[in-house]
Design a protein around this ligand. Sequence first.
Ligand SMILES: CC(C)(COP(=O)(O)OP(=O)(O)OC[C@H]1O[C@@H](n2cnc3c(N)ncnc32)[C@H](O)[C@@H]1OP(=O)(O)O)[C@@H](O)C(=O)NCCC(=O)NCCS
Length: 156
Amino acid sequence: MGDLLVKLYDLPAMPKASDARFQIKRPMAPEKRTVVRWVEERFGERWASEVEMAFSGHPIRCFVALGEGRELAGFACYDTSFRGFFGPTGVDEEYRGRGIGTALLLRSLHAMADEGYAYAVIGYSGADEYYQKTVGAIPIPDSEPGPYRDWIKRSG
Ligand SMILES: CC(C)(COP(=O)(O)OP(=O)(O)OC[C@H]1O[C@@H](n2cnc3c(N)ncnc32)[C@H](O)[C@@H]1OP(=O)(O)O)[C@@H](O)C(=O)NCCC(=O)NCCS
């Protein structure tokens, strides 16, 4: 599970809003705890910690996907553990395979391009083929474990 590199100056266009059965939005500060709790319940405390970082300033470096009842269905962050990194991202199991993960990915990468980045790194990918297919990501040689090393041992 190494890191991948993505060209932000050559991204596919965002899917048209009329095609979407869900809404992608940048959450607001009052929604922070709702989003962090949702991520922690499904994906654990490390990803929840990174989401907290995404809410630590403006612009909030996170996007969420809402289903038809405005319930949370997925999230994606950038600039959390490291500047210029995309992730973490996750979609609730019930909502997978409907294009939500790709919409969150593209929305986030376009935001990074708008904020002045030329390239993004997808950290500790675990889904290389998917990122290669969707955004032309290429592996960064010898990047495992890359910057994710020397973890603090968790107690309990
Ligand atoms: C990866 C993830 C965000 C994709 O969300 P999604 O809403 O299902 O994605 P989409 O519907 O846009 O795309 C689905 C496609 O991605 C592919 N895909 C999903 N996870 C994959 C993986 N780990 N490796 C390869 N392909 C993968 C699916 O096979 C599907 O392919 P298809 O379009 O050819 O059928 C979701 O599977 C998830 O939350 N996984 C657990 C958390 C995770 O691994 N996050 C990424 C870590 S970098």
